[in-house]
Design a binder for this molecule. Sequence first.
Ligand code: S3P
Length: 165
Amino acid sequence: MNIVLIGFMGSGKTTIGKALARRKGLKFTDTDTVIEKQLNISIKDIFSCFGEAHFRRLEKQSIDQLMNIKDCVIAVGGGAVMFQNNLDTLKGIGITVFLDAPIQKIFDNLKGKFRPLVGNTIDENKLCELLETRYSTYKKAQVIINTEGLSIEQTVDEIVKRLGL
Ligand code: S3P
């Protein structure tokens, strides 16, 4: 069985995904990392050299490549499920879990990190606006985990409990 973690950038998909995979003896993959490794270029450079539309094509390909994967925790970039075809594909691959993190946690997690869509200096209002436009789509996940006040391990506990793993 596969578990697909979706949610906003900085919500902890990669960190929690790795911890969950370790706990349950599953594999872990992150579509952004797969793109970077396969093409030997950073996500940042893909955005700046080729633009977002090109990144989205690569992102779709990396999701389509997961079709036959087994026993894996999959983390996808925060914008991936904004495309209904990606969400449909991911629902066919595994159980989708939305990591619903409060904005303050997202903001703290992103501090000092670069994300192409928000740049270096993260404006909390802009971040909120983007999250608002995406929230209803994230909520289409089969399972929603509110991570407010939960540590990484507590979030893993909650996923394990909710999925009956
Ligand atoms: C994006 C999120 C990023 C990455 C790219 C676009 C988005 O992944 O895929 O910068 O559209 O929200 P994370 O969610 O892992 O930060």
